[in-house]
Design a binder for this molecule. Sequence first.
Ligand code: SF4
Length: 48
Amino acid sequence: MPEIKCNVTECVYNKNIKCGAPMIQVDRNGTSDADSSDQTKCETFKRS
Ligand code: SF4
């Protein structure tokens, strides 16, 4: 798994501005055909 930088420090998996989850799920967000990263989301996010 590549290193994933993530600024979402309120996520339970975030460790030192990096993702510490063994795997993450990324999905489209509000569209069936994403045109930009704004239209994607991390489904694995969990509030710490
Ligand atoms: S699970 Fe998603 S939101 Fe949470 S630290 Fe990893 S990449 Fe960021």
